[in-house]
Design a protein around this ligand. Structure first.
Ligand code: ADP
Length: 303
């Protein structure tokens, strides 16, 4: 399974450029798409699931041009949108049964088996007779992923899956995605939460202002910020000055003022001890660098 995104751009009718010449290749396994709100993630997801047409460029799914083979591609897809809604009166079982029927599972016995099995996979079998819209946030998300998985898709697209979930539900949901990705499928996970990406994704892209700022493994992203993260203790006055110069990822109040972690190629005139970077540090480092690079490009163009 392979998705090739070639030179993809999207301009909305009001002139907003949401995607700008995006190139990505996504192979089987879990792929993380990380970026702040407004970066263009949902736009990209909606193009991938053929709900939206790009302005330029194309998407190839196993070699098929998505704009010309919508029906075939939709059959391969499971999609959990950000604003997934439930019909009010259905139980958990009925809801998934309805989804299975929509996806073409006609025989009721086969469907009943498949729905029961899927509810077990996502840990909702015990809740099968509860009204779907009365489930907790995490359970609703798991029912959402169950509906996306019921037709055995080859590509699963999940948009901001852990927003609004408590930490325990978040971990459970991530683990569920991880289990699913052991099969030969592509899971694309779009998120603005760095922790959603870390251990679960083999590959990832950072999206910033509609452009790919980074594409590679989370480990590559982390190593790109080696030697760029500094720990130091500063007083209030120094804190004001340093926060105007560099991004700060951690702030802990201490007796002398603040213990902070600073993201900088060189934090001079301040002095700090280098800290081993994690994905969160790397994300901040990269976005800061990329934003500066963009500003330089804009200034160059204006000259
Ligand atoms: P993300 O999912 O990363 O938050 P989006 O794809 O939702 O990003 O948005 C990218 C950009 O496109 C933003 O500037 C947003 O305001 C704009 N945008 C999104 N949807 C529309 C739309 N329907 N019409 C006009 N602009 C839009």
């Amino acid at each position: 399974m392979r998705i090739e995104i070639q030179n993809l751009s999207k301009r909305y009718p009001n002139g907003n450029k949401a995607l700008d010449s995006v190139n990505l290749t996504i192979d089987s396994g879990m792929f993380g798409l990380l970026g702040p709100n407004g970066a263009g993630k949902s736009t990209l997801m909606r193009i991938l699931v053929t709900l939206l047409e790009p302005s330029e460029g194309m998407v190839l799914v196993d070699g098929l041009d998505a704009s010309k083979h919508r029906q075939e591609i939709r059959k391969m897809l499971g999609y959990l949108p950000q604003d997934f809604r439930f019909f009010s009166n259905l139980t958990t079982f009925e809801f998934l049964d309805y989804g299975a029927r929509l996806s073409g599972m006609k025989d009721s016995k086969t469907r009943k088996n498949a729905v029961g099995k899927m509810l077990e996979t996502v840990g909702l079998y015990e809740a099968r007779d509860r009204k779907a819209n009365k489930l907790s946030g995490g359970m609703k998300r798991r029912l959402g992923i169950a509906q996306a998985l019921i037709n055995d898709p080859k590509i699963i697209i999940v948009d901001e899956p852990t927003t609004g979930l408590d930490p325990e539900e978040r971990i459970r949901f991530r683990n569920l995605l991880s289990t699913i990705s052991a099969n030969d499928v592509i899971i694309i996970l779009s998120t603005h939460i760095v922790a959603d990406i870390s251990s679960t994704c083999r590959n990832m892209a950072l999206l910033s202002n509609g452009k790919v700022a980074f594409n590679g493994s989370p480990e590559d992203l982390v190593s790109s910020s080696n030697g760029k993260i500094w720990k130091m203790t500063v007083n209030n006055d120094e804190m004001d000055r340093i926060s105007a110069l560099f991004p700060i990822t951690t702030t802990i109040p201490v007796d002398e003022g603040w213990e902070i972690e600073v993201v900088a190629d060189d934090p001079s005139p301040f002095k700090g001890l280098p800290v081993e970077p994690n994905l969160e540090h790397a994300y901040v480092y990269f976005m800061d660098k990329y934003a500066q690079k963009n500003i330089e490009v804009i200034i160059d163009q204006e000259d």
